[in-house]
Design a protein around this ligand. Structure first.
Ligand code: HQG
Length: 175
């Protein structure tokens, strides 16, 4: 794994899932002071320079992180409680979810659930969804009737890096 991917994974782990592992506390919005994060990482055996951090954030393939006013946060994907303070927005008519074959029976039965994360993640295009599904095996892309869901009162948010989020997708909105 290259150094930038390694740093991205380290940041995901501690800014989305396990900040306590390195003794940092996220603000309600998911932020942590950059200097504090770098000190904590160094203390826990994973030293990152400020230049490396900036490169890992700026060059990230999915723009997973943001640095603002000396603080850093993950833009989505958390399992720890954070309030990203995203407004509810009207979705495009169709959104896509990439998954893998073995999950299909359960998904057909109960719809899409957030599983370990805060929200179900949906993609604006098929190709992105295909790549998300391919992380787990043979990719299957489901089409979500987002317009139908919105009309029925389901809320959607879009993260700063273009991932669509909703609490759950009932099976009748999936094709
Ligand atoms: C599946 C990555 C059984 C769901 C990606 C998925 C994405 C069900 C898995 C982002 C189910 C959860 C999120 C049900 C959903 N029964 N399985 N009822 N409902 N599932 O990783 O969407 O690199 O939490 O299909 O690129 O795969 O981290 O969600 O396969 O954007 O930035 O349960 O994570 O981005 O898996 O991926 P995940 P996801 P990052």
């Amino acid at each position: 794994m290259d150094r930038m991917t390694e740093i991205s994974k380290y940041l995901s782990k501690h800014l989305r899932h396990r900040p306590e592992r390195i003794g940092v506390t996220l603000s309600p919005g998911g932020w942590v002071d950059v200097d504090e994060l770098l000190e904590a990482a160094a203390r826990h055996g994973f030293p990152i320079t400020r230049a490396e951090l900036d490169e890992a954030v700026a060059g990230n393939d999915k723009r997973r992180f943001a640095i603002e006013d000396g603080r850093i946060r993950a833009l989505q994907g958390h399992s720890v409680p954070v309030d990203l303070d995203l407004p509810a927005v009207a979705p495009p008519p169709l959104l896509y979810h990439g998954t893998t074959e073995r999950f299909l029976p359960a998904i057909r039965r109960e719809g899409l659930r957030p599983m370990g994360r805060h929200a179900v993640h949906l993609s604006p295009d098929r190709e992105t969804a295909r790549r998300v599904g391919a992380r787990r095996g043979r990719s299957v892309v489901l089409t979500v009737d987002a317009a139908g869901m919105a009309a029925a009162g389901h809320l959607f948010q879009v993260s700063a890096n273009g991932v669509w989020l909703t609490a759950a997708v009932p099976p009748e909105y999936l094709r």
